[in-house]
Design a protein. Structure first.
Length: 228
């Protein structure tokens, strides 16, 4: 009887070890998936390679923490007290990055508790949602929007030549700033423009630069998020 109990205990230990390794491996690949989706759907200037690595480690560590706690309430309170000592002072530049942090936390919890179906189904649905929202540019007010600046020095004509170029290449063009320069003979004009589909931006810049009385032309991509 003792031999049977020893064998059962050994089998339980082997099963537990295999389950731990499986959960950690799954959480690792889940973290890779999260970081890959982050890389493919990220927009703007706040991209960070270290944030991608953080997602992978966070998924693994949370998985380890969940398996360590198990059903032990005392361990749970002890870990909460220990983790409360840690101070996170890194500023999140993009609010969407917080979503990926929570996703990594949830991934580690799902893998750590052995909820494989939840981990699999959520990975598919959340990934599809992230890709669809990124491809459709959901929530953005403008598409192909740019800020155009140039110096203009001819005010004799009723309709400037540059307006013909703007009408030809742009769906919309709005004058947002007009600044008088020191020579008192020219203005620095700033337009908010939305280019038409399939318009070559380089060709547009070259053509408007050749317009009479237009000089010092520059164009920058407008921000998708506008703060007031």
């Amino acid at each position: 009887m003792e031999i049977i109990n020893n064998q059962q205990a050994e089998l339980q230990q082997i099963y537990f070890a295999n389950e731990v390794i499986l959960n950690l491996i799954l959480s690792f690949f889940y973290g890779l998936l999260i970081s890959f989706v982050y890389k493919k759907t990220h927009k703007g200037m706040s991209y960070s390679q270290s944030f991608m690595v953080t997602n992978i480690f966070l998924s693994l560590i949370v998985c380890m923490v969940i398996m360590t706690i198990g059903n032990n309430i005392a361990r749970a309170f002890a870990l909460v007290g220990a983790l409360s000592i840690i101070r996170f002072r890194t500023v999140i530049k993009d609010t969407k990055d917080i979503i990926y942090i929570f996703w990594s936390l949830a991934a580690g919890m799902a893998c750590g508790t052995g909820s494989y179906f939840i981990a699999l189904s959520s990975s598919i649905i959340i990934t599809m949602t992230a890709i669809i929202l990124s491809r459709t540019n959901y929530g953005s007010i403008y598409k192909s929007e740019f800020i155009l600046q140039f110096k203009y020095s001819d005010f004799d004509k009723s309709e400037p030549k540059y307006l013909e170029i703007l009408k030809k290449y742009c769906d919309s063009h709005i004058l947002i700033n007009s600044e008088s320069l020191q020579d008192e003979k020219s203005l620095k004009l700033t337009f908010d423009i939305a280019l038409k589909e399939d318009v070559d931006i380089n060709r547009f810049i070259l053509e408007i630069s050749k317009t009479p009385s237009v000089s010092e032309t520059s164009i920058v991509a407008a921000q998708a998020d506008v703060d007031y």
